[in-house]
Design a protein around this ligand. Structure first.
Ligand SMILES: O=C(CO)[C@@H](O)[C@H](O)[C@H](O)[C@H](O)COP(=O)(O)O
Ligand SMILES: [Zn+2]
Length: 197
C-alpha cells in the first residue's frame, strides 16, 4: 500500500473536480445566490436538510447565515431540519424516517421560503419528501446533489436550482457541496455589503 500516491491521487482528483464543478455549475450557482438574497431580504427564510455528512453541511450553512460568514452583517433567517433530536426521533418513531424533514417543512415553510436540500445520491427518501412538501407550500428549492442527480433531479421544477456535482464518489461530492455552500454565503454577503476590500 503506497499511502503517498493514494493521498496525492485524492488531491489531484479534488482539484480536477473543483475545476469541472465551476464549469458545470457556475451559472446555476449565481442563480442560487440571487434566489437566497431575494428571499432573505424579503422576510423569507431558508430551511436546510440532509443526512449524515449532509446534515452537518446543512447545519454549517445555517450557522453562517444566522451567525456570520466572514464579515459583520445582520443575522439572516435560516433553520436546519436535522439538528433537533426530539423532532427527529418523535417524527421518525411516529410517522417514519421519510417524514422527519417534510413534517418540519409543513410546520415551518411559507410561500417564498427556500428549501436547501442536500443529498449526494439524490435518492434519500426523507429529502425527496421534503422537496415534495416544499413544492406544495410554494417554496423554491435549491438542491445540492451528485452523480446523475437521482430522483431529486427528476422531481425539481424549472424554477428550482439544481447544483449537481459531476462526480460519482460521495466524499468528493460532499467536498464540492461545502465549497458551493461557502460560495453562496460569500455571494450573499457580496450582494448585501458590496465586494470585499
Ligand atoms: O458523510 C458521509 C459519507 O462521506 C455519510 O455520513 C453520508 O452522508 C450518509 O451515508 C448519508 O446517509 C448519505 O445520504 P445521501 O447523500 O445519499 O442523501
Ligand atoms: Zn463524510
Amino acid at each position: 500500500m503506497n499511502l503517498s500516491s493514494l493521498l496525492s491521487n485524492h488531491f489531484d482528483d479534488h482539484i480536477e473536480t473543483a475545476s469541472r464543478t465551476l464549469d458545470a455549475l457556475g451559472t446555476p450557482l449565481e442563480v442560487a445566490i440571487e434566489v437566497c438574497f431575494q428571499a432573505l431580504t424579503n422576510g423569507s427564510k431558508v430551511l436546510a436538510c440532509g443526512n449524515g455528512g449532509s446534515a452537518a453541511d446543512s447545519q454549517h450553512f445555517v450557522a453562517e447565515l444566522v451567525g456570520r460568514f466572514e464579515r459583520e452583517r445582520l443575522p439572516l433567517a435560516a433553520v436546519t431540519l436535522s439538528a433537533d433530536t426530539s423532532i427527529m426521533t418523535a417524527v421518525g418513531n411516529d410517522y417514519g424516517f421519510d417524514q422527519v424533514f417534510s413534517r418540519q417543512v409543513a410546520a415551518l415553510g411559507m410561500p417564498g421560503d427556500i428549501l436547501l436540500a442536500i443529498s449526494t445520491s439524490g435518492n434519500s427518501g426523507n429529502v425527496l419528501q421534503a422537496i415534495q412538501t416544499a413544492h406544495e407550500r410554494e417554496m423554491a428549492v435549491i438542491a445540492l446533489t451528485g452523480r446523475d442527480g437521482g430522483k431529486i433531479g427528476q422531481m425539481l421544477y424549472e424554477t428550482d436550482v439544481h447544483l449537481c456535482v459531476p462526480h460519482h464518489r460521495t466524499m468528493r461530492i460532499q467536498e464540492m457541496h461545502i465549497l458551493l455552500l461557502h460560495l453562496i454565503c460569500d455571494g450573499i454577503d457580496a450582494l448585501l455589503l458590496g465586494e470585499p476590500q
